[in-house]
Ligand binder design. Structure first.
Ligand code: ADP
Ligand code: MG
Length: 712
């Protein structure tokens, strides 16, 4: 073996941290508890802050009342008991440009932690107290006696006695060990040059031991690029593999059926709808299977687009299926799709007249007996053109003659297996082509997240609502006065013949408690604020025919108010409802509140959404809803509030492993990485000419994630 060959990430991953000077048995265990067992882990433990001593960290420069970070030395520490048996620790510090005293309440352990002579970085708001500069309960990082202009501060653990300066020293020693051979770079050099990215070893040095902040920034950009590039290479690889592995029908996207459908539409399509139809039909016309995600806010008009998509299958003599997550939703789709397609004729050579009426059928678990047999027979012999249903569509007994297009509504409510099952269903029997699949969601996610979570799909976005909508007014409600005004509003609008929803507190721990709370709210409101009105109750523990009965009477205006749990979140569509009340709104997430609000504002009359909280502050989520009705804007806020981990979910472990890259800040970088991934994969689909890259993906992604990759 060539000794001079640069070290790969795999080699660094196979080197135990014990090989680093100063890491013995005990430290090794502590590090392992911290998730660091190899030299690679250590090198990928990035500082969480950097303190620039010469620039920003001097006491002389702080401004009273403005948050500041200073690097100081501990001069003395005293601890005292004060009123209420509490402990106050006073610490005097200085840095040669001035003095700063720190006061800690109820943190007795500070006395032990902060030894005289220790170097610490302190973050807090400086105040003047008796003529002295002081901070109360600041954030403190021990930095040890690091030299150098910029001090990296690592995540540390008091419990495991792992200090920032220990980690800094080990990292430095690891970097020095790498120096003679260098670190291998899996990225093609021309790409690095074109994207102006520094090489790997420079980046690792620059993130851990920068000489100046711009160097750290360059390092961060390179290492963050690597993170997203790996993810994109995996996703793009999977996407291309799916496309190359299977054939699909090259659909006829024009013809008399489509023309008649377009002519019969009661409204012109919005620009956004036209654009996505274009994107979808150009996929459909190709002989490779479509895997496209359609994102569009509630009410943006996804239904017409999905019907157009299904009709492209029918136009060429194939079948279309639309799968929805609930019976209510499937039934509603069945009604609206049947209305849109009413009277359309399908070309049919076997028929004397050359055509026959288009057949749309519903298949849910409620469709039984003779009518079920008829639907199943029609699917098998091809006389049913479009079927709309629930999970019932992927049951054993369902055979299609030739399924050409599948649309999956609210796709995130289905598991991966269920989505795959629909595809496979279609592949059975005589069919050797894969259906084209359009997944839809009304829960928009930011573009960065879409590229990362759904990077193996193409994404289309309807970012415009049909004209003529009256925007929904959203109000935060707090306290008895505002609450009684809210109920007065509800009554007033009911007197005008409109209807209202009241959504009860979300109780995440238990559906049973949630139902109890809904029942209690229903009782209370019927006998007080909403007395004399016809108030119905809907919750998840009711049998489906009970639910159906309640929904039907609400739709028929036999009920004025529907008190409900979040079961109404998806798919309930009653345009006469104009008021939405959400109780304890601060318990809900942004996306959920947005979906709930989408239940109103569906008709011509102006709608109002009240978000009630018991707390005196609306909280950031309720505030966001009051400020915006745009689902994409709200998705950005949600991302900022919740962070990326939650968004990606535990199932995407490897993908969420973004240590430096940020879905909030790195849109450009993610786009560049995606483009680069397409370039690399399209020139070398199995990465045989990029062995380092391939090996690194093997190393860093789980088996499961990888199975999708390079199967061919
Ligand atoms: P989504 O499924 O995206 O929530 P829908 O497809 O149910 O939205 O459309 C919401 C409403 O808007 C429906 O009543 C539909 O008929 C209407 N609609 C859709 N597209 C248009 C358009 N281009 N112009 C006017 N109304 C439209
Ligand atoms: Mg819809």
């Amino acid at each position: 073996m060539d000794v001079a060959r640069p070290l790969t990430y795999r080699e660094l991953a196979e080197l135990s941290v014990e090989r680093i000077k100063g890491v013995g048995e005990k430290r090794k265990d502590a590090l392992e508890n911290f998730g660091i067992s190899s030299v690679l882990d250590l090198l990928q433990t990035y500082p969480r802050r950097w303190v620039d001593r010469t620039n920003e960290a001097r006491i002389a420069d702080v401004v009273v009342g403005v948050d500041a970070m200073v690097l100081v030395e501990v001069r003395s520490v005293v601890s005292r008991r004060i009123k209420g048996n509490r402990v106050m620790v006073n610490v005097n510090t200085g840095d040669g440009t001035g003095r700063l005293s720190l006061t800690f309440f109820n943190q007795p352990w500070r006395e032990k932690q902060l030894k005289t002579g220790a170097q610490i970085a302190v973050f807090g708001k400086p105040e003047m107290y008796r003529g002295h500069l002081q901070m109360t309960n600041p954030v403190v990082d021990l930095v040890g006696d690091r030299t150098g202009r910029i001090v990296p501060i690592y995540p540390q653990s008091e419990k495991s006695k792992l200090h920032s300066w220990d980690i800094a020293a080990w990292v430095e020693s690891a970097l020095n060990k790498c120096e003679p051979r260098g670190v291998a770079d899996p990225m093609p050099t021309d790409l690095l040059q074109r994207l102006d990215l520094v090489d790997r070893l420079t980046a690792l040095r620059g993130i851990h031991l920068p000489d100046a902040m711009p160097m750290r920034d360059m390092a961060r950009r390179r290492l963050a690029f690597d993170e997203v590039f790996r993810v994109q290479t995996m996703l793009v690889g999977r996407k291309r593999a799916l496309e190359h592995e299977s054939k699909a029908v090259a659909h006829r996207i024009t013809g008399s059926l489509i023309n008649r459908f377009v002519a019969s539409l009661p409204f012109p399509l919005t620009k956004a709808q036209k654009r996505v139809v274009e994107e979808i039909t150009s996929d459909l016309a190709k002989p490779t299977p479509m895997h496209r995600l359609l994102q569009g806010d509630v009410g943006s008009g996804k239904t017409v687009v999905s019907v157009w998509t299904l009709l492209c299958a029918v136009q060429g003599g194939f079948q279309g299926a639309l799968m929805a997550p609930t019976e209510v939703l499937a039934e509603q789709h069945h009604t609206s799709v049947s209305t849109l397609l009413d009277g359309l004729m399908v070309p049919d050579d076997a028929n004397l007249f050359g055509d026959r009426p288009l057949q749309v059928r519903l298949l849910t678990n409620k469709v039984s007996g003779e009518s079920r047999r008829a639907v199943l027979a029609g699917l098998a012999d091809g006389t049913v053109d479009i079927v709309i249903g629930t999970h019932a569509l992927i049951q054993e007994a369902v055979e299609f003659k030739h399924l050409g297009v599948a649309v999956i509504d609210e796709q995130h409510r289905f598991g991966v297996e269920q989505r795959a099952a629909l595809r496979e269903r279609a592949m059975r029997g005589t069919q050797d082509t894969m259906p084209d699949v359009l997944s839809m969601t009304a829960t928009p996610i930011p573009r960065t997240a879409a590229m990362t979570v759904y990077g193996d799909l193409d994404v289309s976005v309807i970012d415009e609502l049909p004209p003529g909508r009256t925007p929904i007014k959203t109000k935060w409600v707090n306290g008895p006065l505002m609450e009684s005004a809210m109920w007065a509003h509800v009554r007033e609008h009911i007197e005008r013949g409109e209807q209202a929803y009241v959504v009860c507190s979300l109780i995440e721990e238990s559906e049973k408690l949630e139902v109890a709370s809904a029942e209690e709210t229903h009782m209370r409101l019927s006998t007080s604020e909403l007395k004399g009105l016809r108030v119905g109750l809907l919750h998840g523990r009711m049998k489906s025919d009970e639910k159906e009965a309640v929904m039907t009477s609400f739709r028929n205006r036999e009920l004025d108010v529907l008190v409900a749990t979040t079961v109404i979140e998806v798919g309930v569509d009653v345009p006469n409802s104009t008021t939405m009340v959400v109780l304890d709104a601060d318990r809900f997430g942004i996306a959920q509140l947005h979906q709930l609000r989408g239940r109103v504002g569906r008709g011509a009359v102006a709608s109002t959404c009240f978000l009630q909280t018991a707390a005196d502050e609306p909280g950031p989520r309720v505030e966001a809803l009051v400020d915006s009705t745009n689902g994409f804007e709200l998705a950005e806020v949600d991302l900022a509030l919740r962070g990326e981990g939650t968004l990606m979910g535990a199932a995407q472990k490897g993908r969420s492993d973004l240590k430096l890259a940020s879905l909030q800040r790195d849109l450009d970088l993610i786009q560049q990485a995606r483009d680069a991934a397409f370039e690399v994969i399209d020139s070398d689909p199995t990465l045989s000419r990029h062995p380092l890259l391939r090996d690194e993906l093997d190393l860093l992604f789980s088996q499961e994630e990888e199975e999708f990759l390079f199967r061919g």
